[in-house]
Design a protein around this ligand. Structure first.
Ligand code: UDP
Length: 364
């Protein structure tokens, strides 16, 4: 049996691997199956950023946990590379499958490729063009050494072709994060904060912030939060606070009294809130894909996006990082002038099936 390593390290990874693991469970028509060693790097490790996702999304326990824990960009990358290299020295696999754009993605891709193990990148080819984002560097490095690419959009295909990748190595499969959303729509559940905050459908905002560019500069963070508070016309703003943001807010002594803050929510609870929200304000990438599919207006507090289809086709708009842009955008939203949006091609819940079908061919 051919065996792959499937790498996951951080919250968005867990959401992207769940349908791949489920699809790997199904044998091909001839009974052939691909074996899978699930490796958790330990980049996100607490229950709210990791364990809850395994439980809610029925992800089996990882075969191995590299236990890297928190640290600097370089510290985490080095820790993951050393630990994964030890794993591969003990037992090689036939392919390393990485997803997304976190440090674990890049670190494991480099380690595997240097040991002559082929690498396939799920969500390859996306680019923000913003070199201040650690994720952009992870994307470019991972794609520069990957053998095969499973892509979410035509833009990603074009980016890869422009960088010299031949067509035969690119597989336009769709979006595994959306596979998870579609699969779990019937299971979404109302979080306890619904009653605690006395929420009413379409009468509240959801806010998430975690990009270093937004949360690491105290002044920017302060003015962003105050522009959001001023522009949301008294609607409750539910703010599940990412651990990184929580520590920045604490250090800066920023008071969140005007917000309905909670710790990060489980997947089923978070997407229940998104589905019933008036709009979402975020600097996340994955959330802009989910709001596009759910048809919920999304204001992205960044100047660029690696997921342009959420803007050109979906419900997302780049408000920019300048807090002064927030109020005019919110005014348009309250005036009922937000676009309706459409769902990008192949975001149909079948991406993981397509990936596994292709993996069988690649490993044959
Ligand atoms: N998410 C969640 N609970 C939360 C906030 C986000 O389950 O409190 C999910 C969200 O639905 C999406 C993913 O986490 O699937 C996005 O992760 P994040 O914003 O951390 O990463 P990015 O997509 O920006 O890389």
């Amino acid at each position: 049996m051919r065996t792959i390593d499937l790498i996951a390290g951080a919250r968005p990874n867990f959401i992207k691997i769940a349908p791949i693991l489920a699809a790997l469970e199904h044998p091909r028509e001839d009974g052939l199956r691909i074996g899978c060693r699930l490796i958790h790097t330990g980049q996100h490790y607490d229950r709210r950023m990791s364990g809850d996702f395994f439980t809610q999304l029925n992800i089996p326990d990882p075969h191995l946990n590299l236990g890297v824990g928190s640290g600097t960009q370089a510290g985490q990358a080095a820790g993951i590379m050393q630990a994964y290299e030890r794993v591969l020295l003990k037992k090689r696999s036939d392919l390393c499958l990485v997803v997304g754009d976190v440090t674990s993605t890049m670190a494991c891709a480099i380690t595997a490729r240097k040991m002559n193990i082929p690498v396939a990148h799920v969500e390859g080819g996306i680019r923000s063009g913003d070199w201040t984002m650690p994720e952009e560097i992870n994307r470019v490095v991972t794609d520069s050494i990957s053998n095969w690419f499973f892509t979410t959009s035509e833009t990603a295909n074009d980016n890869l072709r422009r960088s010299g990748v031949d067509r035969e190595r690119i597989f336009f499969v769709g979006n595994t994060m959306i596979d998870t959303l579609i699969e779990n729509l019937p299971r979404l559940r109302k979080p306890p904060v619904w009653d605690d905050f006395a929420l009413a459908a379409k009468k509240y905002f959801v806010l998430t912030l975690h990009r270093p560019g937004n949360v690491d500069q105290e002044e920017r963070l302060r003015s962003m939060l105050s522009a959001i508070q001023d522009g949301t016309r008294g609607f409750p703003v539910v703010f599940p606070v990412h651990p990184r943001t929580a520590s920045r807010l604490r250090d800066a002594g920023i008071n969140l009294a005007g917000f309905r803050q909670t710790p990060p929510l489980g997947y089923l609870e978070f997407n229940y809130l998104v589905k019933h929200a008036f709009a979402v304000i975020t600097d996340s990438g994955g959330i802009t894909e989910e709001t596009t599919v759910l048809g919920i207006p999304c204001l992205t507090l960044r100047d660029s996006t690696e997921r342009p289809e959420t803007v050109t086709m979906g419900t997302n708009e780049l408000v920019g990082a300048d807090p002064a842009n927030i109020a005019p955008c919110l005014n348009r939203l309250f005036d009922g002038q937000w676009k309706k949006g459409a769902i990008p091609p192949r975001w149909d819940g079948k991406a993981a099936e397509r990936i596994v079908r292709q993996l069988h061919r690649l490993l044959a």
